[in-house]
Design a protein around this ligand. Structure first.
Ligand SMILES: Cc1cc2nc3c(=O)[nH]c(=O)nc-3n(C[C@H](O)[C@H](O)[C@H](O)COP(=O)(O)OP(=O)(O)OC[C@H]3O[C@@H](n4cnc5c(N)ncnc54)[C@H](O)[C@@H]3O)c2cc1C
Length: 441
């Protein structure tokens, strides 16, 4: 069962020419196109399936600074402001609210890690509150348990994954940009060593700048144009229940299970970090670079099956531009949720919050998380192909930081002062074989 998602109508006509073409209508692509359209840049967004239908509607909806790696924290902070401003700016509703995020724990080591992060966050002006045992019990009252402690991050929040990307896509069109669904980009044309066009299944758009925001498909697309971009996708499984009884927290994380209020009045339930690795040739190719990441995270990762090979998003095959590509065969990457994980998640959630027992399961789905070797996204112009701006590898954090990423992409393209320092994101850090420092959280 796919994740719930609003549908939107596409623009009428694919343009022959645009200042910028954005490939991919996930949260990153739509925010980039919106930020460009806001500045009067002519922008066309092409999406092979439906806006928001892959990772961007399959996530929890957390927009958090809490526990962010130092490289991503500035972007997370700016993104929260952009989420907040968007409703007034566009008249659209993404379901964003600064409800605060609550973390509860009985593990001294985990609590010490959160305290260290609090101390670091303070140095960059981000406030988060460590909770004593009594405070944790009070905030976590619906669990009916005692806790050693916790943390509450009051300026963080959630948005609604079923509504957010479609809402931003509508705002692109209001500002003069175009959005084309069911329109896969098959490849790029180049002239004089730089991008000169995007070949789509509906025709070619002449452009000097293309933003590749293709999520889990970005590496195989890069492979077509000779750009090495190490990416591995992890299959995550998640479910929704609803309507949920009143009084449950909006957003609660524990080591066992996490829950998030949904825009439809239910809750999303998931186990943080848990996922299956479906081996593919692409993963074997990049395996050495992922060793540091996998050796840190192996406890929560399980071996998968052939699902990734079948869906083709990590193919090493070269495709032709005049024939249908794997992206046209699989319009929406809709991996099978892992039944064992869904069962376990539901058991843990109802044990943690007995109030959830009365809420029926409404859907369960899978999602491929596109991860880079260091867990930090690749955002910026690819050195070996001028005009190609890569914006992928959001490593499970891209929903919350989508607005900041989109803004940064537009800053780089329009030569304006960047909203955050772009250096930590530069895609050329992956051109060699080093893994980089794996993100802390
Ligand atoms: C279960 C789960 C929970 C998560 N929880 C959170 C969370 O709470 N907070 C958070 O910040 N992040 C979370 N994430 C991560 C977050 O969802 C992603 O990082 C983010 O949505 C990535 O956005 P994107 O636009 O890069 O990719 P996607 O949303 O995957 O979009 C990429 C789009 O590109 C399109 N595309 C690809 N190739 C082409 C092509 N050649 N032509 C045309 N279109 C193409 C695809 O069809 C797709 O729609 C979670 C992810 C999952 C799966």
């Amino acid at each position: 069962m796919p994740a719930p998602l609003q549908t939107i109508a596409s623009s009428q006509q694919l343009p022959d020419q645009a200042d910028v073409v954005v490939i991919g209508g996930g949260i990153v692509g739509v925010w980039a196109a919106y930020s460009l359209a806001q500045r009067g840049v002519s922008v066309a967004l092409v999406e092979k399936g439906q806006v928001g239908a892959e990772q961007s509607s399959r996530n929890w909806g957390w927009c958090r600074q809490q526990n962010r790696d130092a490289r991503e924290l500035p972007m997370a902070t700016k993104s929260l402001d952009l989420w907040e401003r968007f409703a007034a700016e566009s008249g659209e509703d993404t379901g964003f609210t600064r409800c605060g995020l609550l973390y509860l724990s009985n593990d001294d080591q985990e609590l010490a890690g959160w305290a260290r992060w609090r101390d670091f966050a303070r140095t960059v002006g981000v406030t988060t509150h460590m909770l004593s045992s009594a405070e944790a019990a009070e905030r976590g009252q619906p669990t009916g348990r005692s806790w050693k402690g916790g943390v509450f991050s009051p300026s963080d929040g959630i948005a609604d994954p079923a509504r957010a990307a479609p809402a931003v896509a509508r705002a692109i069109m209001t500002r003069g940009g175009t959005v084309h669904q069911g329109c896969a980009a098959r490849g790029l044309e180049t002239s004089g060593g730089r991008v000169s066009g995007v070949v789509t299944e509906q025709g070619t758009i002449r452009t000097k700048v293309v933003v590749l925001a293709g999520g889990a498909w970005a590496s195989s697309f890069c492979h077509q144009v000779g750009v090495r971009f190490p990416l591995a996708s992890i299959r995550s499984s998640i479910l929704s229940v609803g309507p949920s009884p009143a009084g449950l927290p909006d957003a609660l994380h524990t080591a066992a299970v996490s829950i998030t209020r949904r825009g439809d009045g239910g809750h999303t339930l998931a186990i943080s970090g848990r996922g299956r690795v479906d081996p593919t040739l692409q993963q074997i190719r990049f395996a050495p670079q992922f060793l540091p990441m996998f050796s840190r995270r192996w406890r929560s990762l399980l071996p998968g099956g052939l699902e990734g090979v079948r869906s083709g998003h990590e193919t090493l095959r070269r495709w032709r531009l005049d024939r249908p590509t794997p992206m046209e065969r699989v319009r929406v990457l809709d991996p099978t949720p892992d039944r064992g994980t869904i069962r376990l998640t539901h058991e843990r959630a109802t044990a943690l919050l007995p109030g959830l027992k009365s809420a029926p399961i409404t859907a369960a789905w899978g999602g491929y998380i596109d991860s880079t070797p260091d867990g930090v996204p690749a955002i910026g112009e690819v050195g070996s192909l001028p005009g190609l701006i890569l914006a992928a590898g959001f490593s499970g954090h891209g929903f919350g930081i989508g607005p900041g990423a989109g803004h940064l992409i537009a800053d780089l393209i329009t030569d304006q002062a960047p909203i955050v320092d772009p250096k930590p994101y530069h895609p050329d850090r992956f051109a060699g074989f080093s893994a980089g420092k794996v993100a802390d959280f």
